[in-house]
Design a protein around this ligand. Structure first.
Ligand SMILES: [Cu+2]
Length: 460
């Protein structure tokens, strides 16, 4: 069994050429992954039908919001320079205190469409009188929505109009709004709320939804009255608008032109991972995060705090039970604690400088070495079993060939190859078994993962 520690693999070394190398320990840690989206405070959105890709090779008729401003190179039936309509809708990113303006034009969704924003008082002007606010009728005058982003956090926006409320979310007119707190800086002050214990290294959106393909087929045929909540029966479950395994492909992958957001979270050992979990469907979704419990820090854009100083009220749990239209923010941090073996193998390596308490930020040990990224108590412990010969193993695609972080080993021809960095894949998935299927076939649905990567592998 190979137990050599490789700093990083040849492939990762090749991939790092041309990229900024990981900062030396003495410098600030390089900024990590941010949620993809478009930044305000003014947005120009449009609504238009499109077809979404599904993993088994079919596509599904959708109604989507698209960004009119960033569509360089994109084509659109109404003319050039539009980004494509997308599912979920563009993630809108603004700063606390911004006066946010959303101009909405409906180029071709057959219903009047509108935008409602959870947690905010929104003023609307223009368009037509809609169900709950002003709405944009097809190929008529646009609507302008304005609101003040008064409180940081994670919110939802969606269309609510037409003859059967709820149809528009089913059809795809739904997305996330993120309000950065005052003082936030992408490089130097990565913080979810303006209070303690909400800082993070990596940030990921987990927008959960479910759809009933029969509804979409009816809408494609123009049977607009053929939608009832009682008939609706979802059979496709998604994270960020993609089902397994499509959700592992990269952000803005050209295979999914209308589904730009991936859902594979990434972290280095010890890093604080902010998960912004958004239930953008009509069903509750129990979402389960392997590897370590999450510390909940906020719900519906309100920090869980008793003293207003730190997010000290949130429970610690491995599952987020989210209700429709609810958002939950949580911090996840994997250190390898109590794993029982040295994740870097038993070859000599530096350890253990443990002088930061990551929970409090104060000086003092917490059992994790932030310089070697190692759980101190397991340093030097041998792997507890001898692995069988590789020809006697049933290999998953994400097995690197080695139990050690950053290491790879021999794999039979045709096996593996999905984990060239020697990371640890830990499942993040729905805890309702039906939601791990697509059209009742397993594996599929809202089945994702976090991959813990060796610290030399950049995360961007
Ligand atoms: Cu060690």
């Amino acid at each position: 069994m190979p137990i050599l520690l490789k700093p990083f693999t040849r492939l990762s070394a090749a991939l790092m050429l041309g990229l900024v190398l990981a900062a030396p320990w003495t410098q600030a840690r390089a900024a990590g992954h941010d949620i993809r989206g478009i930044t305000g405070p003014t947005f120009d959105l449009y609504a238009f039908p499109f077809f979404m890709n599904l993993p088994e090779g079919t596509s599904l008729y959708m109604w989507g919001f698209g960004d009119m401003n960033s569509g360089a190179g994109a084509t659109h039936p109404e003319g050039g320079d539009y980004a494509l309509p997308q599912y979920p809708a563009p993630t809108l990113i603004v700063n606390q205190g911004d006066t946010v303006t959303i101009n909405l034009t409906n180029f071709g969704v057959p219903d009047p469409v509108s935008i409602v924003v959870t947690g905010h008082h929104v003023q609307a002007a223009g368009g037509i009188d809609g169900l709950v606010t002003r709405a944009a009728a097809p190929e008529q005058l646009p609507v302008t929505y304005t609101f003040t982003a008064g409180k940081p956090g994670t919110y939802l926006y969606h269309s609510l109009d037409g003859a059967t409320p709820g149809l528009h979310v089913e059809m795809g007119l739904v997305g996330a709004l993120i309000v950065r707190p005052a003082g936030y800086h992408a490089d130097t002050n990565r913080i979810a709320y303006g209070i303690g214990s909400t800082s993070y290294d990596q940030e990921f959106l987990y927008l959960l939804s479910e759809i009933d393909p029969d509804v979409h087929i009816e809408m494609e045929r123009g049977h607009y009255s053929h939608f009832t909540h009682s008939d609706r029966f979802a059979t496709v479950y998604m994270v960020n608008g993609r089902a397994f395994p499509d959700l592992f492909a990269s952000d803005f992958d050209s295979l999914y032109p209308h589904q730009p957001y991936q859902a594979l979270a990434k972290a280095h050992p010890g890093e604080r991972v902010l998960v912004r979990e958004v239930n953008a469907g009509h069903d509750p979704h129990p979402f389960h995060h392997h590897g370590e419990n999450l510390r909940f820090i906020a719900r519906d854009g309100r920090p869980l705090t008793a003293d207003g100083l730190s997010a000290n009220l949130g429970l610690s749990n491995s599952t987020i039970n989210s209700e429709p239209k609810q958002t939950v923010d949580a911090i996840w941090r994997w250190t390898g604690k109590n794993l029982g073996w040295d994740i870097y193998g038993t070859q000599a390596h530096a350890c253990c400088t443990d002088n930061v308490n990551n929970e409090t930020g104060a000086t003092g040990p917490d059992g994790f070495d932030d310089i070697s990224y190692e759980f101190v108590a397991d340093h030097g412990k041998a792997f507890p079993v001898t692995l069988p010969n590789v020809t006697d193993l049933t290999l998953g695609g994400w097995w690197s060939g080695s139990p050690f972080l950053g290491d790879t080993g021999d794999l039979p021809p045709g096996e593996g190859g999905l984990n060239p960095f020697g990371g640890y894949f830990l499942m993040w998935h729905s805890h309702a078994e039906k939601e791990l299927t697509t059209f009742d076939i397993f594996p599929g649905g809202s089945l994702s993962a976090v991959v813990v990567l060796p610290h030399a592998t950049p995360i961007q």
